[in-house]
Design a protein around this ligand. Structure first.
Ligand SMILES: Cc1ncc(COP(=O)(O)O)c(C=O)c1O
Length: 441
């Protein structure tokens, strides 16, 4: 079983006496220490994946920044681990910015995103000396300029470009088609850069684009950069010879959720990007820009797995259900975008599958099914079930639906474990709860 699933497990996953271990820690020990569900990150895997981006860009002559997309999973401990390797952070809200600052990430290594940033967010970003604010709309440029002016600080910006290209991924995570809510078309981007050039309070560094997420092919990057070369030449003319200093090509590299998926490596994505820049951009006489990348999923996605406790099993028509003690509150991806996963029984990791079970969550939604038709040995109540590749957009999208406390998130390394986020307590669910007695009849 484990060897079938090796391509989707964290780097240090191993089976010892039939039981799944990660980072040298047994699944049963983690469940005993933190209860279930528990999300377990392999520190070595995170570091290897982060370094593969840093190494891939190390030789780019115009400089680079790897800004981890913290929406994939954000906690102070995780951001510190990545910052120690030289990464910056991409944040998309006041809360994500606050986490990055609390983690001690220097402002100049922070990139702020958002298709509808509030005044408060922009003021916080300017005050923190955020290295790049990625402007997403004309009104935002005007607001940001006034904030930078009032603060007496020159704010470096990128303009988010919508290149209007289709990519192959789920439509909820495709961001570069003409109808996307993100970014502006090329003509508007030119206008915004000219406006910023004319301002004493904005420093127009370049452009940003993010094609979509969970991309399993490098072709979209090639297509967009080939198109971009032509636009960059026109832009240089429009700006009186001023060149793009920075080019942010976003994130988007996919991971293997299923053992059959073979995503490209960061090195392959970077090779595609630098090859087009090195040929088409050079041919067009364009100056090479500093490269910014914003990987999220490809750093943390496969680094983690979630451990659940099996509860009751049940047959309903042709479907055999195995119910676990979490679900859409700790991983909403299956209900949001029909995301697919595999599972294994953590204490019988090498037992062969004997059938296909639907792994159902505890929530009051028929759609709260984490996996349809998961090949498994017959699960028994009380056993631990592991779902690999849950490190991205699971804990960060967690909710307390049905007043279920959020799961612990744990880091493992060399036989030891540490919490990144401890399990939420029931009493913490009431922290925001106000009684409003005056409004009762
Ligand atoms: C602007 C931007 N950058 C980076 C990312 C990270 O993408 P991924 O986790 O697919 O690498 C996203 C994801 O939605 C994004 O919107």
């Amino acid at each position: 079983m484990l060897s079938d699933l090796a391509p989707i497990l964290p780097d240090t996953a191993a089976v010892v006496d039939g039981e799944l271990h990660v980072g040298g820690v047994a699944a049963s020990a983690l469940a005993a220490a933190y209860a279930t569900p528990v999300i377990v990150y392999d520190a070595a895997h995170v570091e290897r994946a982060a370094r593969s981006w840093i190494d891939a860009l190390a030789d780019w002559p115009a400089g680079s920044l790897v800004a981890y997309a913290s929406k994939a999973f954000s906690s102070v401990g995780m951001l510190r681990l990545l910052a120690d390797l030289g990464l910056g952070v991409d944040v998309a809200s006041h809360g994500e910015l606050g986490t990055a600052l609390r983690a001690g990430i220097p402002g100049d290594r922070i990139v702020l995103h958002g298709n509808n940033k509030s005044r408060v967010e922009l003021e916080a970003a300017v005050a923190a000396g955020v290295g790049l604010v990625v402007v997403d709309a004309p009104q935002e440029l005007v607001l940001l300029e006034s904030i930078a002016r009032a603060a007496g600080r020159v704010q470096p910006i990128l303009v988010r470009l919508n290149p209007d290209i289709e990519v192959e991924t789920h439509r909820y995570i495709s961001t570069s088609h003409g109808g996307s809510k993100f970014g502006v078309p090329a003509g508007v981007a030119t206008e915004l850069l000219l406006q910023a050039d004319a301002s004493d309070w904005l420093e127009a560094e370049g452009v940003h684009l993010h094609l979509g997420s969970q991309l399993l092919d490098t072709d979209p990057w090639r297509r967009v950069l080939e198109w971009l070369a032509g636009w960059a030449v026109e832009l240089r003319t429009a700006r009186g010879g001023r060149e793009l200093q920075s080019l942010d090509v976003g994130g988007g590299l996919g991971i293997a959720y299923l053992e059959t998926q073979r995503p490209p490596t960061p090195a392959q994505v970077v090779a595609t990007v630098t090859e087009v820049l090195g040929s088409q951009w050079r041919d067009a006489g364009l100056q090479l820009p500093r490269l910014v990348v914003e990987p999220g999923r490809s750093i943390v996605g496969q680094a983690a797995l979630t451990l659940y406790r099996v509860g009751v099993t049940k047959d309903a028509g042709d479907i055999r259900y195995v119910n676990v003690d979490g679900g859409m509150s700790d991983n909403p991806r299956p209900v949001l975008y029909q995301a697919q996963y595999r599972a294994l029984l953590a204490e019988r990791a090498e037992d062969a599958a004997t059938g296909a079970w639907w792994v159902a969550g505890v929530h009051c939604e028929s759609g709260d099914v984490l996996i349809e038709d998961a090949p498994l040995p017959e699960p028994r109540p009380g056993e631990l079930l592991a779902i690999p590749a849950t490190g991205a957009y699971a804990a960060s999208m967690a909710s307390t639906y049905n007043m279920v406390p959020r799961a612990a998130v744990v880091l493992v390394r060399d036989g030891e474990h540490r919490p990144l986020l401890r399990r939420e307590r029931i009493d913490e669910l009431f922290v925001r709860d106000a009684d409003a007695p005056e409004f009762r009849a």
